[in-house]
Ligand binder design. Structure first.
Ligand SMILES: Nc1ncnc2c1ncn2[C@@H]1O[C@H](COP(=O)(O)OP(=O)(O)OP(=O)(O)O)[C@@H](O)[C@H]1O
Ligand SMILES: [Mg+2]
Length: 360
């Protein structure tokens, strides 16, 4: 897929900007704080409906402005797709998404038109931080992969919220109804996450070997959670909820279900988080992202957009070369602070980013 234009209005530090990148690699060079990551964030927002670095949409609206707008056009094998998002400062106004010039009735309609994978220094959190980060990784990937996943997850999270509200109120009469709903909604979430993890595991292991270059270090990703091995997730979810009922009532929250899922990351059969070196963790995170890239490419028959935020400078020349070889087929936006950082990337275009403006 090829991005033909990215428009921003009152987004972060940008008043108005139009980016029309060519095929291949576009390098964005600029000092710290110049606004490079902001451009990648705007692309991510158009693909997934949210930022990759904040859950507070209002942060992305330019200071003292009421609204921000981003619009992305991509050319795909089946033609042109245009997606857009508008954010509002006023907390009562919900964000609006646009698809091919029309306001979409539901958020999920945005998914799957333009897709991206972002690589950034914060990816290390995939290995180091808690389960929530890995669930979000799966959720972002699967939502872009299939609208159905986004809607299933939305249904599940809504049911969970209702059930937790009842637990807080101590109103247990309606609990069985919500247990049924939660169980029905959990099943597709678990199935799709499990499938994705299997495919990611196979791909990530290959990438790890290729980038890390050591055969004695097999890397593995394993989906885990109360329903990870269940053959009938809806039925087992009901059983799990029943078994945890007392604890739920006591803690006033739902203790069992895919909102507690995790992905175990292992190196040579041991937990990477506990035993891995900094470099091993970095290679693992990179391999996971490359695997996500492969999955989207396979699902769509063309590579997603690639967003590389400051990642080359952190890799030694050998790993850098291997990474570039792996992803050379995609259109990419690559940020760096130093022109020397992208040696080996053979850019099609280099742009300077300076306080809210782009310069050739
Ligand atoms: N809502 C906003 N309104 C105005 N300016 C903002 C807003 N949010 C962020 N900024 C500005 O954007 C800049 C940060 O942009 P960004 O994170 O893209 O920098 P960067 O070029 O990626 O820097 P680094 O090299 O350090 O990663 C800061 O100068 C910040 O003041
Ligand atoms: Mg940055």
């Amino acid at each position: 897929m090829r991005m033909t234009s990215l428009r921003l209005r009152d987004f972060r530090g940008y008043k108005q900007v139009l980016l029309t990148p060519p095929e291949g690699v576009t390098v964005l060079v600029g000092e710290n704080g110049a606004g490079k990551t902001n451009l990648l964030e705007a692309v991510h927002l158009c693909c997934v409906g949210r930022s990759h670095r904040t859950s507070n949409d209002r942060e992305m609206i330019r200071k003292d402005q009421e609204t921000a707008a981003v619009q992305l056009t991509v050319e795909r094998r089946d033609g042109r797709h245009e997606v857009g998002v508008r954010l509002f400062e006023n907390a009562r106004r919900r964000k609006i998404v646009y698809v091919n010039g029309k306001t979409a009735p539901r958020m999920g309609e945005l998914m799957g038109h333009a897709t991206c994978v972002i690589f950034s220094p914060e990816d290390l959190a995939l290995v180091k931080d808690g389960p929530q980060v890995r669930r979000r990784f799966l959720d972002m990937l699967l939502s872009q992969h299939q609208k159905a996943y986004f809607y299933a997850l939305q249904t599940y999270m809504n049911a969970l919220k209702q059930r937790n509200a009842l637990l807080k109120l101590g109103d247990l009469r309606q609990l069985p109804t919500w247990d049924e709903q939660l169980a029905a909604a959990a099943a597709p979430v678990v199935r799709l996450r499990r499938d994705a993890c299997q495919q990611l595991n196979a791909r990530a292991a290959v990438h790890y070997l290729y980038i890390g270059g050591r055969e004695d270090e097999p890397f593995a990703m394993k989906y885990c959670g109360g329903l990870a091995n269940s053959e009938d997730p809806a039925a087992d979810m009901l059983k799990g909820l029943a078994a945890c009922r007392e604890e739920d009532v006591r803690r006033q929250t739902t203790c069992f279900g895919p909102h507690r899922d995790d992905v175990d990351l292992m190196l040579r059969g041991e937990a990477l988080k506990a035993f891995g070196s900094q470099g091993q963790m970095r290679t693992a995170a990179l391999s996971m992202k490359l695997a996500a890239f492969d999955l989207l490419e396979a699902a769509q028959g063309e590579p997603p957009l690639l967003l590389l935020d400051d990642v080359l400078s952190e890799l030694d020349p050998d790993r850098r070369r291997r990474l570039i070889a792996r992803i050379g087929r995609a259109q990419a936006l690559l940020t760096c602070t130093d022109e020397n950082d992208f040696i080996g990337a053979r850019p099609a275009c280099v742009l300077r980013v300076e306080n809210g403006e782009l310069k050739d």
